[in-house]
Ligand binder design. Structure first.
Ligand SMILES: *Cc1c(COP(=O)(O)O)cnc(C)c1O
Length: 408
């Protein structure tokens, strides 16, 4: 089948929730992916911050193959060595001193859905007044109904109302936090850097103050690290940049990069009280934490350690920011490590098309896979093992790509 035939069949057979895909990809190796016509691309998106080791990393492939050949799925009536080892590894990465527990699931939405239920349970056990969950304007937490209710964007939420109620979206400012965090609040959920909103970091000091205020008011602090976590920003958990081991969030959610391409999510609950909110039977999943998923995630974590990918993310990210941030076409760069937002100076091309999506299209033409989060923001989220040599070509061509797009 040709690329065009596959795209035509897609339109016919797939539910159109994602719009029309632009390419049919058939193969990947390292940071290069190949389409059905044999054209190659440098992958600067990694499946939206997921494929942290690049494509077909030998260690990852070996983990999948060996575990698949040994034992793939067993249900949560049973456990496996890899499940227990992955949980203890994540807890150790988060903090060697804190008591924490892990719930495994299959996606970011599911991890946040679990956190949402935990927050409701906390509110219900605490007092009849504790019925509000605070979430942030421009926040994104997933598409299942609980996670969707926490998500801000009206275009995502409104077609599916009524959704769970009792959620208040507040601006991501210290003033709004001070004004709304009181004893009616069961939980506050935030992303350390809002990924889907255009790689927008929280104001400095926000997380530290959020920790103080939620604690003082008896509310849970939930940090959604689905996009920022697992090394993407140069730390295992971005929230630890501001929160010390004694001041960790009550709940951290993970997914995207956790399995480096294998679907796996997790909710980490810190401390004994929040962990006791769920009693046996109160929550569950069939697939979550199975041997295949956890073996793959464990190999991912080990590879990130062995190949020093946290420092690589920091180094290559800083390089891209420096190269791209100084261009006249660029207003500013945002994010940390290899979660990069490039804000262009304007929103529209000469003929009035949205600029950033046009840049994405032109970049694809030149052999680069990147993404736009809005009319003026380009997002890069490449594999954590990408090198300066690999990104250099993109940095060099980026100005020409933007001006080509501008002329569209
Ligand atoms: C992607 C994302 C989600 C949703 O994850 P899915 O695996 O698509 O359900 C939730 N929160 C954040 C911050 C995300 O970036």
């Amino acid at each position: 089948m040709t690329q065009q035939q596959i795209l035509d069949e897609y339109k016919h057979d797939l539910l159109g929730v994602f719009g029309d895909p632009s390419l049919v990809l058939v193969e990947g190796s390292g940071n290069i992916v190949t389409d059905a016509n044999g054209k190659q691309y440098l992958d600067l998106l990694a499946g939206i911050a997921v494929s942290s080791l690049g494509h077909a990393h030998p260690r990852w492939v070996q983990a999948v193959q060996q575990q698949a050949a040994k034992l793939a799925h067993i249900s949560n009536f049973f456990t496996s060595p890899t499940q227990v080892r992955l949980a203890s590894t994540l807890i150790e990465k988060l903090s060697p001193v804190q008591d924490a527990r892990v719930f495994f699931c299959n996606s970011g939405a599911e991890a946040n859905e679990a956190a949402y239920k935990l927050a409701r349970r906390h509110g219900n056990l605490s007092s009849p007044q504790r019925t509000t969950i605070l979430a942030l304007e421009h926040g994104f937490h997933g598409r299942t109904t609980g996670a969707l209710a926490l998500t801000h964007k009206p275009a995502y939420r409104e077609p599916f109302e009524p959704l769970p109620t009792g959620i208040k979206h507040i601006p991501a400012t210290l003033e709004a936090l001070e004004a709304h965090c009181d004893e009616t609040v069961a939980a506050l959920i935030v992303e350390p850097i809002q990924g889907e909103a255009g790689v927008l970091p929280l104001p400095p000091g926000y997380l530290a103050r959020a920790r103080e205020l939620t604690r003082a008011n008896g509310a849970l602090l939930i940090v959604d690290e689905v996009q920022t976590g697992m090394g993407r920003t140069g730390l295992w958990f971005e929230c630890t940049r501001e929160l010390s081991a004694e001041n960790l969030p009550d709940v951290i959610t993970l997914a995207k990069g956790l399995g480096a391409g294998f679907p796996v999510g997790a909710m980490i609950v810190v401390g004994q009280n929040p962990a006791a909110l769920f009693q046996p039977g109160m929550h569950g999943t069939t697939f979550g934490g199975n041997p295949l998923a956890t073996a793959t995630a464990l190999a991912t974590v080990e590879t990130i350690d062995e190949e020093h990918l946290l420092s690589n993310a920091e180094k290559v990210g800083a390089y891209i920011r420096e190269r791209v941030g100084s261009l006249p076409e660029v207003d500013e760069t945002t994010g940390r490590g290899l979660l990069i937002g490039i804000r262009l100076t304007h929103e529209k091309t000469r003929s009035g098309l949205p600029l950033a999506p046009t840049v994405v299209e032109r970049a694809r033409h030149h052999g680069f896979i990147i993404n736009a989060t809005g009319p003026s923001v380009v997002r890069l989220a490449p594999a954590l093992n990408i090198s300066i040599v690999e990104v250099e070509n993109f940095c060099r061509q980026f100005p020409a790509i933007v001006s080509e797009a501008d002329n569209c």
